[in-house]
Ligand binder design. Structure first.
Ligand SMILES: Nc1ncnc2c1ncn2[C@@H]1O[C@H](COP(=O)(O)OP(=O)(O)O)[C@@H](O)[C@H]1O
Ligand SMILES: [Mg+2]
Length: 201
């Protein structure tokens, strides 16, 4: 499978300009790219989890996190997409809608508008819907959400890692439990489940 193909369900296909931005020159196959990306993402995670600055709900942090996660891999890491995707807002709207999401999320946290798990779920869902970057949005949105949870004194989500243990549990007791079990409700990716949760509201 070539690089830039939709290699996994839900993966965002890259356009040729975006594929052109690949930094390591000797990568030919998707598996090699995945491995390289994973090492880069680990570096980004380490940086994010140690970040002590106050303003993580800012465009600067959102972009810097993406750059730390993918900056050894893609030249365009940390820059917003300029092309349309099969998911995401119009490219011209990315910055505006992201700013609105960050402001809303700050408000929700300050005013405790929803339980923290629900704030994190809404934040994650909306960030994926905006889809700010050409690629890496799924991993970036999960890490952003983990930062949000940690900075507010909560544990990170499991993102499906506990699927086998939780599959038998009843669906939706309270919004808190609902969000915690989000990845197991339909056995789909956390993002799709978040979508289905919010459709019920
Ligand atoms: N139609 C959709 N509905 C919900 N989520 C989607 C849809 N299409 C893609 N996604 C989500 O977008 C993410 C894939 O976007 P992408 O930018 O390729 O991120 P990554 O490279 O980290 O996987 C995945 O988390 C996937 O679940
Ligand atoms: Mg992808």
């Amino acid at each position: 499978m070539g690089i830039g193909d939709a290699h996994a369900p839900g993966a965002t296909p890259l356009d040729p300009d975006e594929v052109h931005g690949l930094i390591p020159g000797d990568i030919r196959h998707q598996a090699e790219l995945n491995q390289w990306e994973q090492a880069n993402v680990m570096e980004g995670s380490t940086w994010a989890l140690r970040f002590r600055g106050r303003d993580f709900l800012s465009e600067g942090f959102v972009r810097e996190l993406h750059r730390r996660m993918f900056g050894n891999t893609w030249r365009w890491a940390g820059t917003f997409r300029t092309t349309g995707k099969n998911i995401g807002v119009d490219a011209a709207q990315v910055s505006i809608q992201l700013r609105e999401l960050l402001e809303n999320t700050r408000y929700w946290i300050e005013h405790r508008t929803f339980p923290l798990d629900e704030i994190a779920s809404r934040f994650h869902h909306r960030l994926v819907v905006i889809h700010p970057f050409p690629n890496g949005n799924g991993r970036h949105a999960r890490l952003m959400t983990d930062v949000l949870l940690l900075r507010n004194g909560a544990a990170v989500f499991g993102w499906g890692s506990a699927i086998s243990k939780l599959r038998a549990m009843p669906v939706i007791a309270t919004s808190r439990h609902c969000v915690r079990r989000m990845p197991v409700i339909t056995g789909c990716s956390s993002v799709s489940c978040a979508v289905s949760i919010h459709c019920r509201n």
